[in-house]
Design a protein around this ligand. Structure first.
Ligand SMILES: Cc1ncc(COP(=O)(O)O)c(C=O)c1O
Length: 248
């Protein structure tokens, strides 16, 4: 067993629990069982290493579904967060924030032309994309969105409807109108699914939760062409693959 390095400040003294079992009990009594959770209570992380609350050390190959892509508690990230929370913690959407404007500029300069919509989660980003598609199709009465089998787009009502896996939908019916799910990586299936109500095609370029299914280059190029020809929006859900996580 490797003891965890000392926590900074009064991190430990503020908490009464120290054993995994105590935390398992807190969850059993007070947290809704919406996820199946491994009974491993994480207490501290540095780089690629995490410690549980008994001080056992692990090499983290998982980093929170790739969320912690920079590793745990990188000193530069910690320093930047500490500095900002001492200056101003929250700016409502009714006002401006220099940092938000600057971040949007950095994202656009490093991706492609357009504007950024800041969201709280992957599901909200996809909800935003779905709403944008509905808005785009509204004047021509188009609202259908074609999505792919084995996809995963999030846990809100619109996103479980868009998701091509029955297990996330069962028990939540009736789902939203206007989604059509077809096989992944099959351009002919997309062509066949388009109607005069179709407004968008939505997919993950590399499917994550459905297995690591990589879209062919020709399929993606074909989709781009088809969407341009038919005036459809092409929505890429890059919650798993974005921010350079594929290494490219
Ligand atoms: C491809 C994809 N889209 C959307 C989501 C939903 O993201 P969030 O959990 O941040 O709502 C996920 C989450 O794993 C995902 O893998």
């Amino acid at each position: 067993m490797n003891p965890a390095p000392p926590m900074e400040g009064n991190w430990e003294s503020r908490r009464s629990w120290v054993k995994t079992q105590e935390i398992v009990d807190l969850y059993a009594n007070y947290v809704m069982p919406t996820y199946s959770r491994t009974p491993l209570a994480l207490a501290k992380g540095r780089g690629a290493i995490i410690w549980d609350c008994e001080g056992k050390k692990y090499l983290d190959f998982f980093p929170g579904w790739a969320v912690s892509g920079l590793g745990h508690c990188h000193p530069k990230v910690v320093k930047a967060i500490k500095k900002q929370v001492g200056i101003l913690m929250h700016v409502s959407n009714n006002f401006l924030s220099g940092q938000q404007g600057e971040l949007a500029q950095i994202i656009i300069k490093n991706s492609f032309d357009g504007k950024v919509f800041f969201a709280n989660s992957g599901a909200e980003a996809n909800e935003g994309a779905i709403k944008l598609a509905r808005r785009y199709g509204n004047p021509t009465k188009r609202y259908e969105i074609i999505t792919m089998e084995k996809s995963f787009h999030g846990r809100t009502m619109a996103c479980i409807t868009a998701t091509g896996q029955d297990k996330v939908k069962i028990g939540f019916e009736p789902l939203l109108e206007g989604f059509k799910t077809i096989p992944f990586n099959d351009l002919a299936a997309v062509e066949a699914a388009i109607t005069n109500k179709t407004v968008a095609v939505m997919l993950e370029p590399i499917q994550g939760e459905g297995g690591i299914n990589v879209a062919d280059r020709d399929y993606i190029l074909g989709l781009r062409k088809l969407c341009d020809q038919k005036d459809l929006l092409l929505i890429f859900d890059e919650i798993q693959t974005g921010m350079g996580r594929t290494g490219e």
